[in-house]
Design a protein around this ligand. Sequence first.
Ligand code: SF4
Ligand code: SF4
Length: 212
Amino acid sequence: MAKKKHSTNYPEPTRLFFPEAEKSVEWLPMLLDAYAIADKTIHTSVEKELKKGRRLACAKGCNSCCTTHVTIPVYPLELAGIYWFVMEQLKGEAFGVIQQQLARFSPGAGCPFLLSGGCGIHPMRPLACRHFNVFDRPCSEGEDPFYTRRNDVLTPDEKGKEKALMAMLPYHGITERAEKREVIRKGLIHNTVKNMQEIEWVKLAQRMVAAG
Ligand code: SF4
Ligand code: SF4
């Protein structure tokens, strides 16, 4: 007898589109493709756990991880995406609040993009934020479950993670499949990573002021 499929009601992610900007910002489709691959991979990995009866603890409004985690890696293309999103897409109150938070930012503090309603750069949040998913119960204040209960933290499929990184490589002039595989295999792309905390966010804040 065929096994009955267990449905999870966990919504399928879809690729984000910024049609006008994607015509003029050469690298933007590349980044959105990479994020679409990552989101699909995460979806598959999360669903696998949900089908085992686990519950995803991450949900809208839950964001203590954004103030606790101070070692969030960001790749150069992701950084370009954050700059672009902040300068071109952020509007109104969110623009002002984030500008202030970036101006005041000092390493060790929580993420400067966190707003009261959640992530202020949600479509452009880095792979590290996308990959970090926790099961069964939300993190306690100040808790990093990677260290306190590793089994409750999602381990996304490695191949899917690699595919998302491969999709970013043309940004570095690497377009041949064989070369891409080699760069990923040797982990060379990780040499380009910066810690979100090490970025001089004050410069972005100044740019925002100049843009009015
Ligand atoms: S990682 Fe923890 S704090 Fe962040 S959304 Fe998930 S459960 Fe909430
Ligand atoms: S980028 Fe967004 S999701 Fe990531 S730590 Fe900052 S506020 Fe949280």
